[in-house]
Design a protein around this ligand. Structure first.
Ligand SMILES: Nc1ncnc2c1ncn2[C@@H]1O[C@H](COP(=O)(O)OP(=O)(O)OP(=O)(O)O)[C@@H](O)[C@H]1O
Ligand SMILES: Nc1ncnc2c1ncn2[C@@H]1O[C@H](COP(=O)(O)OP(=O)(O)OP(=O)(O)O)[C@@H](O)[C@H]1O
Ligand SMILES: [Mg+2]
Ligand SMILES: [Mg+2]
Lengths: 253, 253
């Protein structure tokens, strides 16, 4: 019960939040009980589900810094789907968290209490290898890496893998790569195919067979505060994340 | 002489590096002497110009933390175009920098010596409001804000403006917004038009008339280590950044 998966990549705009919102909602539709934890001060996961980070008085900040019980922050988004929101307090709290004892383990300790209440717990990370992403890698059983099919995104992988191996050695021995998800794949360009080939040659069968194409419905859905499977179930974007959910469950039988 | 401009937005993947690389190279082509400073540990500005961040022994890290002279790090990329690279030491150096005296002013002090050697100095920021972006906002005369034409990117603006106003009050009274640049504009979607309208209603004439469309040549160019105006001068991407350079110079007569 209760597997914890960090969705991480320090490269910005690669589809971390889009994957957190849409994979979790597709799994909830398949009767898995899912919790998504937003630890990015931007709070895009919150707005992707229609929440307003400015009005959330109890959030991951109060859990980590003030020690409140994580259960007091959990909101039900839809059937089987729950979220721990972020609020404005997290922005600018780096220094505060860095000065705390066992600062990398704060999230792991908070999640222990609720881990078995869910089938899967996803953590949406910010675009950096900072203390928040470190907390997620220490708390997680595995890491799902969204990889945008672009040159800069490919370049950033080495740094991410280095950080993961440091965490494995010192803070979380059993951490492993859940999978690598190709995102914003554009069939019209060679670049996407090149990135795919590089990813497969390096990560082999860790690369999901499901590829998420560039699809405008995925970028429109957040403006309605809805996952794409609710916004436009017939879209290519919705179908891809449903396929991903199937493949994810295959790997986690 | 010597205007310093931070290219900043904590939202990831909005075109900060693409703007740093291509606006600077278009200005250099117009006989302006340009310096680009990469302060993002990802080092995408370096690779956008064909440099390898893993082999740069003197970088912005050695300037800020070890106090070496910034002039010792500067490399000529092409005629009129120079760069201060980043190297692997910057990743994971947050704590070290946070513990230094006058930690927000380190970059400003370093730039003072060379400010008048260039017409414009651009600083490419990481996707966060961390100590590095803070250093850039303190060192800069103005901020150029790339705004991806997507919902999440629009949402992040409030936080960026709040940070800018805090810096204006406490650390850099004369900081102002150089301009807001609409990037990855997709003429086929309503979303892009909606974001444009919101940006214009809020920022008024700060929004550049030049809009950067989504153009595959812009994402292919970095894999060749070239700015788009060298990779494919006839592309829409190249022409847009040349238009932007013209508009930028209009505002800075
Ligand atoms: N497959 C896709 N097709 C089209 N647009 C997409 C796709 N995936 C994500 N997007 C859009 O691209 C932008 C970046 O995606 P997203 O915000 O999920 O990335 P992220 O990695 O979470 O970014 P950050 O690094 O800022 O946290 C968003 O505006 C999103 O709506
Ligand atoms: N107008 C455009 N058309 C197509 N692709 C673009 C355009 N502008 C940028 N890109 C591509 O989109 C991706 C994100 O752009 P870029 O890396 O410049 O953003 P960034 O804000 O610097 O990201 P980060 O937040 O990670 O620093 C890159 O792969 C880049 O090549
Ligand atoms: Mg995100
Ligand atoms: Mg960048």
């Amino acid at each position: 019960m209760g597997k914890v998966i960090a969705i991480a990549n320090q490269k910005g705009g690669v589809g971390k939040t889009t994957t957190a919102v849409n994979l979790s909602s597709a799994l909830a539709m398949k009767d898995k009980k899912i919790l998504v934890i937003d630890i990015d001060a931007q709070g895009n996961t919150c707005s992707g589900f229609g929440l307003n980070k400015e009005t959330e008085d109890k959030s991951i900040y109060e859990v980590l810094v003030e020690g409140i019980d994580i259960r007091d922050t959990i909101k039900e988004v839809s059937k089987n789907l729950y979220i721990v929101p972020v609020n404005l307090n997290l922005a600018g709290s780096q220094v505060e968290i860095l000065e705390m004892e066992d600062r990398e383990k704060l999230l792991r300790k908070a999640i222990e209490k609720i881990r078995n209440d869910y089938d899967f717990i996803f953590i949406d990370c910010p675009p950096s290898l900072d203390i928040m992403t470190l907390n997620a890698l220490v708390a997680a059983d595995s890491v799902l890496i969204p990889l945008q099919c672009e040159y800069y995104a490919l370049e950033g992988l080495a740094q991410l893998l280095k950080t993961i191996s440091i965490v494995q050695k010192r803070l979380n021995k059993s951490l492993y790569i859940e999978g690598v998800l190709l995102t914003m794949f554009d069939t019209r360009t060679n670049l996407s195919t090149q990135v795919m080939e590089e990813a497969i040659s390096y990560f082999k069968d860790k690369v999901y067979k499901t590829i998420i194409p560039r699809n405008v419905k995925l970028s429109e859905a957040p403006s309605f505060g809805l996952p794409v499977i609710n916004y436009d179930p017939s879209s290519v974007g919705a179908k891809s994340y449903i396929n991903l959910a199937n493949e994810f469950l295959e790997r986690n039988k």
